[in-house]
Design a protein around this ligand. Structure first.
Ligand SMILES: NC(=O)c1ccc[n+]([C@@H]2O[C@H](COP(=O)([O-])OP(=O)(O)OC[C@H]3O[C@@H](n4cnc5c(N)ncnc54)[C@H](OP(=O)(O)O)[C@@H]3O)[C@@H](O)[C@H]2O)c1
Length: 344
């Protein structure tokens, strides 16, 4: 059996393009002691992957030219020599963009899934997986949101942002989303229930637009993008406001030239807290987050937005579209299974 892989063909110059990715094939690996062979089912396309494509280390090793792209997936165990896992189990973990992967106790984010029958399996790769958990943990553990807070959220139509927008509303906050398109503004207010939305690409002055949408000031800013948006948000924070440093996607395509910030003095003037976080550090908070998110999804109070691309061959294109802001919700790749393979 052949194993298709998506590999890094060229370091992206700016935003990634489909040409930066190539298709390669190799033999399906044989699991050794302590290893499992898994069939990947859904890949979660993550903004963080962009940081591994430049040939420079960040919090993970860079992906070498010709190397398989790595990303988190929901997968099914085919063969297991790893205690605690058996054939047929569904798992989540950081694998390569390929049909079949080896997984072991050192696989990052490895966990066994017990999907509920009435919940689509794809949700466990995004809305009820890392994206939902990041939004929930960020708002509660870092932002310390309270009912009545005014919460500003950037990339509010994206995977993390769409969940954060809805969770903050469910917690009784006023929510304003910042997004890159009028269609996204509509989605954030009409479908996700935000009180207002700002199109940062067309508004004349972002600070003025935030002041207009939040005349009472911002208590919590959930920052997914950094750069100019963070700078504008700093201008609008209330005293003792909290800034959740979730990500800086606005700078990921040109990491050697981060956007300068001019308004950092506001940290002192307004006695703000700006705190970054990585979900991995808060895994003990995930079970409670997961229980609450399941409850809201079941009750119909929380919508999981997905943009599912079919087929491993299209992963590079799907990733490029996500990183140029062409999509909304959680971007996933659903693997093309052979006739004799099944999810269940
Ligand atoms: N801390 C953690 O543990 C953790 C975990 C997961 C994700 N994250 C971070 O969360 C953020 C969102 O990630 P995600 O996976 O949920 O992706 P996502 O929001 O679904 O990402 C795509 C969106 O990002 C926005 N974007 C892309 N380029 C941009 C730019 N140059 N300037 C401003 N916005 C841009 C676009 O929305 P617009 O059209 O609205 O611009 C795009 O639709 C990222 O910064 C990521 O690194 C952090």
């Amino acid at each position: 059996m052949q194993n298709r892989q998506i590999v890094l063909k060229a370091h992206p110059q700016g935003a990634p393009t489909p040409d930066d990715f190539g298709l390669s094939t190799c033999e399906v690996p044989t699991p050794g002691e302590g290893q499992m062979l898994v069939r990947n089912l859904f890949f979660s396309l993550e903004a963080a992957i962009r940081g591994w494509l430049d040939g420079k280390a960040n919090y993970f090793e860079p992906i070498p030219l010709g190397g398989a792209i790595r990303g988190p997936s929901v997968a099914k165990v085919l063969t297991s020599h790893l205690p605690g896992f058996e054939a047929g189990d569904l798992i989540f973990g950081l694998h390569h963009w390929e049909d079949y992967s080896l997984s072991d106790a050192n696989t990052i984010l490895l966990s066994k899934l017990t999907p509920e029958a009435d919940i689509p399996l794809s949700y466990y790769a995004g809305g009820l997986g890392g994206s939902g958990h990041t939004a929930y943990v960020g708002l509660h553990e870092i932002g310390k949101i309270q009912a009545g807070d005014t919460v500003l959220i950037s990339a509010a139509a994206g995977a993390t942002g769409s969940m954060a927008t809805q969770i903050a509303k469910l917690r009784g906050c006023k929510v304003v989303g910042i997004v890159g398109g009028d269609n996204k503004c509509q989605l954030v207010t009409k479908t996700l229930g935000a009180d207002a939305a700002i199109n940062y690409k067309t508004c004349e002055n972002l600070t003025d637009a935030i002041h207009e949408a939040c005349p009472e000031g911002v208590d919590v800013y959930f920052d997914n993008v950094g750069g100019k948006t963070l700078d504008a948000a700093l201008n609008c924070m209330n005293t003792f406001g909290r800034i959740i440093g979730c990500g800086m996607i606005g700078d990921y395509n040109d990491q050697d030239n981060p956007t300068p910030l001019f308004n950092m003095w506001k940290l002192v003037e307004k006695e703000l807290t700006l705190r970054g976080f990585l979900l991995y550090t808060y895994m003990d908070k995930v079970p409670a987050a997961s229980t609450q998110l399941h409850h809201w999804v079941r009750s119909g109070e929380l919508t999981v937005l997905e943009n599912i691309t079919e087929g491993l061959d299209n992963a590079g294109l799907a990733y490029s579209e996500m990183m140029r802001g062409a999509t909304v919700g959680k971007n996933l790749v659903a693997m093309d299974l052979r006739d004799d393979e099944s999810i269940s």
